[in-house]
Write a protein that binds this ligand. Structure first.
Ligand SMILES: Nc1nc2c(ncn2[C@@H]2O[C@H](COP(=O)(O)OP(=O)(O)OP(=O)(O)O)[C@@H](O)[C@H]2O)c(=O)[nH]1
Ligand SMILES: [Mg+2]
Length: 441
């Protein structure tokens, strides 16, 4: 991918961080503070201090007011910090002004998450996606700077300074890179589509684990498939989707996908560039939403996950697959809380829930059973009678479903039982209206 436009942080650094908040409504909770600390540590930085700062009056040039800024500068210096994190959104101008004033590198929340993603991406696709996210982020900031300059130039005639043409050149270079990356990613996406089609042809159901970062998806994935995926107590341990065989007690072989975790305020550029990965999950037959039920922030995290999924549904036009929930980390709960949760799990209707611990293995059988029930909800078992001349329909069923039995009848017809996705069922009926289809058991 050649030279990077954005300087990577030479780890390790000593970081000082603040979380700006503006109205009582967005005062950061302890979970948010812990999450930010976790993000900074995930970068391999040593955290000197981290505190919320109420911004009463926004200073458009540097976001923070003089008082906050002076205190921050003092603390950064006292702790020999080389990096300041502002866990919010900074405009390029604010970022530059802050760097000048504080004398250290400054990054905001998006920059922080992008840095972590950059460290984590291991596969070619992962790296391409992160690079694209970085470029899109950088470009959105360049454009703003550029229009800003252009406006300043106003009716100045020939006064187009050297800065402007440099920016224009930068912008063109970014655009070129973005186009190249997108086409590389399209290739990857096509390969994936072929692989996916291969899986669909075999009729094997696909199950995807989704959820907030650190919820325990990879640990659960490893436990269910006997795989050895990197799972760690750090945000965004997983970036690249991994797929493994999952053996279900009655349905037999399925495929299980582990995915990138979600986070509150996930930068838009990241969602856009990880779309290929997330699309993979969107096309699964069943989603398992893994939740860390031991986290006090679980409820908000779950809502954030649902919001991102709904956004993906709108953007991709793909309907969300049916979903169940795995309520993870029950081993960390006091018994009475676990009992209460078990009771509420039983009455979940839209998204049936199962209590599990990916670490102790508790609840795995119940989870597998719930996965099977979920899959059966999305696929129907049907019986079809075919005459000898229905060769095309027979081929279609083999291609699009899972043929379970195929028996010759006395009258030269054959009776097939086939497991078909609900949408495929509709397609079959549209394509072969004269062939009768009825539910099997
Ligand atoms: N006590 C306990 N810890 C768990 C459980 N499941 C996962 N963990 C821990 O939670 C941390 C995060 O687990 P991961 O499996 O990496 O989480 P993830 O959802 O894959 O995270 P990302 O890949 O970052 O999105 C690890 O330290 C796990 O050991 C559980 O059931 N109980
Ligand atoms: Mg993971």
């Amino acid at each position: 991918m050649g030279d990077k436009l954005i300087d990577r942080l030479p780890a390790p650094e000593i970081a000082g961080a603040i979380i700006p908040w503006f109205t009582p409504a967005n005062r950061p909770s302890t979970d948010r503070i812990e999450e930010t600390a976790g993000l900074i540590q995930a970068l391999g930085c040593e955290l000197a201090f981290l505190r919320p700062e109420q911004v009463r009056q926004v200073n458009s040039a540097q976001l923070l007011s003089g008082g906050i800024l002076n205190r921050l500068a003092d603390d950064l210096e006292a702790s020999d910090c080389t990096l300041a994190v502002v866990d919010g959104a900074l405009t390029p101008v604010q970022q530059r002004n802050l760097e000048k004033k504080l004398g250290v590198k400054v990054i905001d929340r998006t920059g922080l998450i992008l840095e972590i993603f950059g460290l984590r991406a291991r596969t070619k696709e992962g790296r391409l996606q992160v690079e694209l996210a970085r470029l899109l982020y950088e470009r959105s900031r360049l454009v703003r700077t550029w229009t800003h300059l252009e406006r300043q130039r106003g009716g100045g005639g020939f006064l187009s300074g050297p800065g402007e043409s440099q920016l224009e050149a930068d912008r063109r270079m970014l655009d070129d890179k973005i186009v190249r990356l997108k086409s590389e990613l399209d290739d990857v996406r096509r390969t994936r589509a072929v692989q996916r089609a291969g899986r669909q042809r075999t009729g094997k159901p696909v199950v995807a684990l989704v959820g907030y970062t650190n919820a325990g998806k990879s640990t659960l994935f490893n436990r269910l498939t006997g795989a050895d995926v990197f799972a760690k107590d750090m945000p965004f341990a997983t970036l690249d989707p991994t797929i493994r065989r999952l053996d279900l007690p009655t349905l037999g072989e399925a495929a299980l996908i582990d995915t990138v975790g979600f986070i509150t305020d996930l930068p838009t550029h990241l969602i856009d560039s990880f779309q290929a990965t997330l699309e993979e999950a969107m096309q699964a037959d069943l989603l398992v939403h893994v939740r860390d039920r031991s986290s006090p922030a679980d409820q908000e995290q779950a809502e954030d996950v649902l919001r991102v999924l709904e956004r993906l549904e709108q953007e991709t036009g793909l309907p969300l697959p049916p979903m169940i929930e795995a309520w993870n980390k029950v081993d960390l709960l006091p018994p009475d809380r676990a009992d209460a949760l078990a009771m509420s799990a039983e009455v979940q209707e839209e998204h049936p829930a199962v209590l599990v611990s990916a670490v102790t293995g508790e609840g795995m059988d119940a989870l597998l059973a719930a996965i099977e029930r979920g899959l059966l909800r999305s696929a129907a078992k049907v019986r079809v009678i075919l005459r000898p001349e229905d060769g095309r329909a027979r081929a279609w069923l083999h291609r699009n479903g899972e043929v379970l039995t195929d028996e010759m009848q006395d009258n030269a017809t054959s009776m097939m039982t086939v497991r078909l996705k609900t949408d495929r069922l509709g397609q079959f009926q549209a394509e072969f209206p004269s062939i009768e289809i009825e539910p099997a058991d």
